[in-house]
Design a protein around this ligand. Structure first.
Ligand SMILES: Cc1cc2nc3c(=O)[nH]c(=O)nc-3n(C[C@H](O)[C@H](O)[C@H](O)COP(=O)(O)OP(=O)(O)OC[C@H]3O[C@@H](n4cnc5c(N)ncnc54)[C@H](O)[C@@H]3O)c2cc1C
Length: 328
């Protein structure tokens, strides 16, 4: 591993200052599970790493009827937090399914949201893909079992964060802090689809900024479903998953939010599925029709067509779960 400097600031202002030191490539360090793995694989080689665990907030506090979650909060604490579980059950459900107890004990909210893609070409130093300054994505002609089924490139990664999907569904806002002060960005606008110009990035965070908080609005009276499909029940990223939020007027859906994970370079909201639910009662048939709508337009590659029915099942089951109906 290339030698690097280590900085351990005690507050968010000093952490941002440590990131902006000239002539050095500096990166924030949360639990380090993604960053250190990339450093050991020679994929990322910072000159300095800035520990944010003593600098950023690691708590969840009530704010304006919602919750403000610090980026240094560990995933285990998110999964076990009583108010998060009560107010935003899909966030707790996503956190509890991440990896293993060790990963959840170590990983932070900020690190989970900002972890880099798990694409095996990106993670292998031998492949100079778009994400590493190269001029191609290797997946369309290569091994693409776990790659995107939505979006038309130029990179076909899927976003790796499980928390990102419910954060988009609940319309969370991310607080970012940089040398010029703070800015607030909606979760749905934080994650970016790849273009030729920004293909090396997955979000709008600038290199001298930190994500310090996730701000969740008052949840209202929502019914929630969150369903993940994995190859095996133990540790691994999901093949496809979905968060569904329903706002009901009696037995009729008044508003719906359907967001899928592991199918696109960003958390993938399906307005077609939402439209298919609004004004309807939830039955096995309406759930299946909305799931069908959610996958309309999917463009699988040579080895990942199986993800289409898997994602459809995840959406369908999340809808049934939200409505309190049995999952077949
Ligand atoms: C076997 C296995 C299974 C896994 N399964 C899942 C899964 O199902 N779902 C899932 O979501 N993840 C999964 N993970 C990934 C794991 O959850 C992440 O690696 C972890 O959440 C990263 O958190 P961290 O705090 O360790 O991040 P770090 O490695 O510290 O940071 C990750 C990246 O984010 C940047 N960063 C960290 N904090 C901030 C901040 N506050 N502001 C801006 N940038 C920041 C770092 O510079 C780095 O680039 C799995 C990992 C393994 C090994």
């Amino acid at each position: 591993m290339k030698p690097f400097a280590y900085v351990n600031p005690a507050n968010e202002k000093d952490a941002v200052a440590a990131l902006t030191r000239e002539h050095e490539k500096a990166l924030p360090l949360g639990g380090g599970q993604d960053l250190l793995a990339r450093m050991k694989d020679y994929v990322t080689q910072p000159d300095r790493i800035v520990n944010i665990k003593n600098a950023l907030d690691a708590t969840a506090k009530q704010e304006n009827g919602g919750l403000r979650i610090g980026a240094a909060m560990k995933m285990v604490d998110v999964a076990e937090h009583a108010e998060i579980g009560k107010m935003y059950p899909a966030v707790a459900a996503a956190a509890i399914e991440v990896g293993t107890p060790q990963i959840r004990n170590q990983g932070t909210v900020g690190g989970n949201i900002n972890q880099r893609p798990r694409c095996w070409y990106f993670r292998n130093e031998e492949f100079k893909c778009y994400k590493k300054g190269g001029n191609r994505c290797f997946s369309p002609e290569g091994e693409n079992q776990f790659h995107a089924i939505f979006g038309d490139g130029p990179s076909y990664i899927v976003h790796p964060s499980s928390l990102a999907v419910p954060f988009v569904a609940y319309d969370a806002t991310f607080r970012l802090l940089g040398p010029k002060g703070e800015r607030m960005v909606k979760a749905a606008e934080y994650f970016t689809m790849p273009t030729k110009e920004n293909v090396q990035r997955e979000n709008v965070l600038e290199p001298d900024e930190l994500l310090t908080h996730v701000i969740l609005p008052a949840p209202g009276n929502l019914k929630t479903g969150h369903y993940e499909v994995r190859y095996k029940a133990s540790h691994d990223w999901p093949i496809a998953f979905a968060t569904v939020l329903l706002s009901m007027n009696g037995s009729t859906v008044q508003a719906a939010r359907v967001v899928m994970g592991a199918v696109a370079p960003v958390p993938w909201r399906s307005q077609a599925a939402e439209k298919a639910l609004v004004g309807k009662s939830i039955t096995a048939e309406t759930a299946a029709a909305a799931a069908e709508a959610a996958l309309t337009g999917a463009q699988p590659m040579s080895q990942n067509a199986y993800k289409v029915p898997v994602a459809k099942t995840a959406v369908e089951r999340a809808i049934l779960q939200a409505a309190g109906l049995p999952i077949a």
